[in-house]
Design a protein around this ligand. Structure first.
Ligand SMILES: [Zn+2]
Length: 237
């Protein structure tokens, strides 16, 4: 196959650019598939359920504390009414009855206050748990955002390099005859398409070549390209 020197240089450059573009695509895929980000996102999904549970538990305790406060208020109001009645009654029999009720209300109030105290402790620990899960989620979210931002920067950078390589590729392709380009495309679809004989080996497949093969390749005219007997890559001089 004939190809002048500038064409051969363009062909070699094309192979280099295609390798670079493939490498950049691989790097982009690698940057996007970030294990730390995947793990954090997965953990964040799992802890959303925990947060919901903690919030429900907290709200339940809040309602219970409120109910308990209502009960205590009712008992307190009734106690005040009974004390007023006690002070205003002139019947000793009524006074004994009212006093008995006051005693029982005091006992009831005492019990309700003990229940409320326990509930307040539960509420406090439910609050602490809810706050802890929220804080952990918030810090994980910040980490996720920061990883996403750095991935985006990396991908933008790689894409910019890719655009430059593609632009260079267009320039280089224009210098290569159609026939050579077709051959290149067939080869490039499955392997490194262009090589040189470097240290007695084909630089495309890295196989050491026989003396005969090397002679045949080096004896080609300057405007001819050979073919590697091992990998069929186009060999330029
Ligand atoms: Zn080869």
């Amino acid at each position: 196959m004939n190809l002048d020197k500038p064409g051969q240089q363009a062909l070699l450059k094309l192979a280099e650019l295609d390798l670079e573009i493939a490498h950049l695509k691989h790097e982009i895929a690698k940057a996007i598939d970030n294990k730390q980000l995947n793990d954090l996102t997965e953990a964040q999904t799992a802890s959303a359920g925990e947060l919901l549970e903690a919030r429900t538990r907290l709200e339940n305790f809040e309602s219970e504390v409120k109910r308990s406060e209502d009960d205590i208020r009712l008992v307190t109001e009734r106690l005040e009414r009974d004390r007023t009645r006690l002070n205003s009654t002139s019947s000793p029999k009524d006074a004994i009855g009212i006093q008995a009720e006051i005693n029982s209300l005091l006992k009831r109030k005492d019990d309700l206050e003990s229940i409320e105290l326990a509930l307040l402790q539960d509420l406090e620990s439910a609050e602490a748990q809810f706050k802890q899960i929220s804080a952990e989620r918030e810090s994980a979210q910040q980490e996720i955002e920061s990883i996403r931002t750095s991935i985006q920067h990396r991908v933008d950078e790689l894409k910019a390099q890719g655009r430059m390589a593609s632009a260079d590729r267009e320039i280089v392709i224009a210098k290569i005859p159609k026939e050579v380009l077709s051959r290149y495309q067939v080869l490039a679809a499955r392997q490194i398409a262009v090589g040189q004989v470097i240290d007695r080996a084909c630089s495309a497949c890295r196989m050491t070549l026989t003396v005969g093969a090397i002679d045949a390749l080096t004896n080609l005219a300057e405007d001819q390209i050979g073919s590697c007997p091992e990998c069929q890559a186009m060999i330029i001089q």
